[in-house]
Design a protein around this ligand. Structure first.
Ligand code: GLN
Length: 244
């Protein structure tokens, strides 16, 4: 009997060790919502979501000691997913607009962009936003470009679900211009022949990470992690990798 009790004791001890070892390896997860149709910030490569934002949030997760789990969804589904706890944060080249700030909190800004106009190479009538009057202009549903162009008078707005669909409409002559964020626009112009950017640029806008209003502690931790990766050179390396 004594032997059995001893054996049981040893077994329990072993089980205990097994659990602690396992527990130490298992990091808490941080669920990240993004829309992988916004190169170079997020896009698919061999079925995997990659890009600046993914490296950025992984570096933040490293500092926070959390495992990053990326969930890819439509851009207009991102903030609803955040509000309904399907994700913990949104990292999607998302501009911290006043309108969105009513619904969610944003981290410190991490990238500055502006809206630009993409044109077919031969188009010389459109130089600036004012010249979009009377023209057919493609925007992406719910993007800041949609907001900017929808506020203009006499513009025929065509809304698309993804940037590449707007670019295709431009290539096929179905629209006169596409209004999109500068870095992504540069990317499309560089990778497709026959496209160019108009000279005029929109106002500057800041990308930031969106967090639920009720998650004050998470927001603080994310801001502290951004400070750290900016200070230790990690952030600079990620910028270098994707933009130079
Ligand atoms: N910066 C733009 C916005 O916030 C577009 C972002 C995106 O498509 N991922 O609306």
């Amino acid at each position: 009997m004594k032997k059995v009790v001893k054996l049981l004791g040893v077994l329990m001890l072993m089980l205990c060790f097994a659990f602690t070892a396992n527990g130490a390896e298992k990091k808490e997860k941080l669920y990240v919502g993004t829309n992988a149709e916004f190169p170079p910030f997020e896009y698919l490569e061999e079925g995997k979501v990659v890009g600046f934002d993914i490296d950025f949030i992984n570096a933040i997760g490293e500092v926070m000691g959390k495992e990053i789990v990326v969930k890819d969804m439509s851009f207009d589904g991102l903030l609803p997913a955040l509000q309904t706890n399907k994700v913990d944060v949104v990292v999607a080249g998302m501009t911290a607009t006043e309108e969105r700030k009513k619904a969610v909190n944003f981290s410190q800004p991490y990238y500055s962009a502006n809206q630009v106009i993409i044109l077919a190479e031969g188009n010389n009538d459109i130089k600036d936003f004012a010249d979009l009057k009377g023209k057919k202009v493609a925007v992406m549903l719910g993007f800041t470009g949609d907001v900017v162009v929808s506020e203009m008078e006499d513009v025929k707005v065509e809304r698309f679900n993804a940037a590449y669909a707007g670019i295709m409409a431009l290539q096929n002559g179905k629209v006169d211009a596409v209004v999109l964020d500068s870095e992504t626009a540069n990317n499309y112009v560089a990778k497709n022949s026959g496209l160019k950017l108009a000279e005029g640029k929109g106002e500057a806008e800041d990308y930031a990470i969106a967090v639920k209003k009720s998650d004050a502690k998470l927001l603080e931790e994310i801001n502290a992690a951004i400070d750290q990766i900016k200070a230790d050179g990690t952030f600079g390396k990620i910028i270098e990798k994707h933009f130079n």
